[in-house]
Ligand binder design. Structure first.
Ligand code: GLN
Length: 207
């Protein structure tokens, strides 16, 4: 599939930046706000923003169950920051009543880096990428624990949070605690677009 159709969940957050990054890599990127729009895409990005707001809006827009179903059925998905929180099967510190979409066998801690360092930038070594990735963290989560089927792609390399997991992949579901869409380094989006191109669920439609 040369030009996969990739949706960006457009309920809240930095939607436009992801659309731009996906287009840069040759994807046909579009905003998804309704179940009918979700049904049309070959892959989905869940942006950064505020996970508690995003999940409430997903319920209000009747998207939560369709999201769960499509991801369970193998839709490639990528979540950055709040998107990582939404894709986690478990939260260490959910807001009261906070649900997730799920898809990744991980436990995520929201706002994990503490008050002093709510936002910071740091280089991380990202598996499969040549050279460090300059990562921007904004009130970011980290992955507290991950199941056996999850591949760790990046960890914080130094400072008080050294060793903490900040990027993971399980099958065709990918998540980063940081925001590659906010920097000029769009390698994570390239990785995701390639993953969508290679996905059996989507390439079948081409035949
Ligand atoms: N702290 C936010 C949350 O709980 C995530 C922050 C972000 O996406 N930059 O959703």
């Amino acid at each position: 599939m040369s030009r996969p159709r990739i949706g960006v969940l457009g309920l809240q957050g930095d939607v436009r930046e992801h659309v731009r990054a996906l287009r840069h890599h040759g994807a046909d990127a579009q905003v998804v706000r309704r179940p009918a729009e979700l049904a049309e895409v070959d892959g989905l990005v869940i942006p950064g923003g505020e996970s508690t707001t995003m999940i409430k809006l997903a319920v209000a827009f009747e998207l939560l169950e369709p999201l769960r179903e499509r991801i369970r059925a193998g839709l490639p998905a990528y979540g950055s920051c709040a998107g990582m929180i939404l894709l986690a099967d478990r939260l260490a510190n959910p807001a009261p009543g906070q649900e997730t979409v799920g898809g990744l066998d991980i436990t995520v801690r929201r706002n994990a880096f503490g008050r002093q360092v709510q936002s910071f930038e740091a280089p991380v070594d990202f598996t499969g990428m040549a050279g460090p990735f300059h990562a921007v963290f904004i009130r970011a989560p980290w992955v507290e624990s991950a199941g056996a089927a999850v591949t760790v792609l990046a960890r914080v390399s130094d400072g008080p949070a050294a060793g903490r997991i900040v990027a993971v992949r399980q099958g065709c579901v990918l998540a980063t605690a940081f925001h590659p869409e906010l920097t000029g380094d769009l390698r994570v989006h390239g990785f995701f677009v390639d993953l969508v191109r290679a996905s059996p669920a989507t390439s079948a439609q081409e035949e």
